[in-house]
Design a protein around this ligand. Sequence first.
Ligand code: GAL
Length: 677
Amino acid sequence: MVLDGRLCYGGDYNPEQWPAEVWEQDVELMRQARVTLVTVGVFAWSRLEPAPGRYTFDWLDRVLDLLHAGGIRVALATPTASPPPWFSLAHPDALPVTADGVRLHHGSRDTYCAAAPAYRAAARRITGLLAERYADHPALALWHVHNEYGTTCHCHHAEAGFRRWLRDRYRDLDALNDAWTTSFWSQHHSDWAQVSTPRATQYLPNPGQVLDFRRYWSDELLAAYVEQRDLLRAATPAVPVTTNYVLGDWVPVDHARWAAEVDLVAIDHYPSDAGPAAEEQIALAADLARGWARHGARHQPCAGDDDLPGTRGSWLLMESAPNLIYTAGRMHTREPGRMTRHSLAYVARGSRGAMFFQWRAPRGGAELFHSALVPHAGPDSRIFREAVELGGILDRLAEVDAGVVEAPVAIAWDAASGWALQQRALPSDRIHHHTEVAVAHRTLRRAGYACDPVLPGDPLTGYALLVLPALYLADDDTAAWVRDYVHGGGHVVISYLSGVADEHARIRLGGYPGAYRDVLGVRVEEFHPLADGEEVPLTGGGTARFWAETVRVAGAEPVDAYAAGVLAGQPAVTRHRYGDGVAWYVSTRPDEGTYQRLLDEAARAAGAAPTCLDAPPGVEAVRRRSPEASWLFLLNHTASAQRVPTAGIDLLTGAVVEDAVTLPIGGVAVVRERAGA
Ligand code: GAL
């Protein structure tokens, strides 16, 4: 969303935690920092409705008026992620139940069952009232529904919902029994009433049931979102509606499928690492968001924004941490400049701005030490000064919003494959789809290639190379999608544990990887999961880790082979011409250098080129392009100054770049490239 031609900049604002005098200071400080958008009301339900049916909107009226007077737009949130205590006491059946049957109590947030009718009705009620009251408020720019949908529950409402969902999907019980392989361990259901959520049980649960439970929750939560969205849309058809995605393996939400229902994909992102891995995580999260956003069906103009150029993968970083980030056991302080560099890393990859959690650090409450743009120390602080600087920078970058990120490589990503590989009793608990996507993504990033995450079935026109990292599940359509792409001239790199199972997580028989044997010209007979730290040398000079397989070639040529152990002499990496294309199979996780050389070779052979051939290692280069211009983002993540050949105008400094920019340590340049440069 461009707000009157500006990028989004601001964050969660919680005036309900402060006396009214602070609100005026806040607006003044926001103006100093050139804040354009704040998210208001996320957890304000008990301040808006302190007792059932008693509403106190007056404070919110004043806050919105003040913000408007200060020229700051509002993403107005519905407060449904934290029902007030009176609600749970009045509706104990709407409190969530864990897999072991424990009913949780209010006292934190997100303590509701999203399938409980009372919760849904209360959520609709407060949303409808907000919609009615603020529909015409001039500060309103965006509706922010709920916060980070991601809860599950095992109560009787959830169980009934799960059964309804299953009946819809399978129609009859035989089909369900078949999909879940209930002939195993005497789990055959003879009546729908026997079908339950995957509660705590004696030993391993049924994998089909666990997978469908995740799918059910994704759809149930989406239905809860859609109910609110429809009320908001009815009141304000021109105001876009979004919800902030939370990322993580525990989240039962298929974000790509949700994209069709939001007007703007928005993510919250908190890297879990304080070092260079943070930059890898940012690049991946931003690319995923862009990939999801391309599945958006509805892209209506935002308030004050008449020129939103349709479906092009724009999205918004809705939350990030200005300073301290959580890592195991300790919070890490970000060094000076990192907040700006990281914010620009998201913008480089398509974010329509940089938003933070949170504007002002709270005095108390569960997250009292969470960082904020206005820290406990107040505005006379490094963080606030950096916030002011970032506001100025984002102001100068507004034009990049017209650019689309260019990427020659597609990486397949699939929520359900991720969920299926989280199950227990798999050959290795080290191999997860999302981790393998992250490894392939970071390896390609190091080699300088931009990647677009794609979903099985997505159009692949324009991508020179497709990578399938442990894309475990494949229905027949997915198998055909890969086959047709390669047959038509596409190049693909497929890694271990791809296409092994069908959409119900049942094995595709006859040798792995059942879905892709023909395209790959290989047949895998056996898996050899490796132990932690175990390494097997490869004849090409690298090492194999985590995983190995007995690969029989059936048309493919070996490219690299295991050099020791039981697999000595057998292929580890193969290549196969199929139709007009090429299919590589990688049966292990090679060491980083070997994997990088392999992906680089596959990409080059496919005709893909790195974004910026001259960018030194550690300098991230991302290009956004519009029909009129192109912008090269250069981010120096290294500990020394770096020179990168390029020509144009550096939007951060306004300086003309004749032939190269020199980036200081941690420095960033955004060069509007000279045509033909
Ligand atoms: C987000 C959440 C915020 C805040 C933040 C802390 O997941 O939406 O409300 O809790 O995490 O990092």
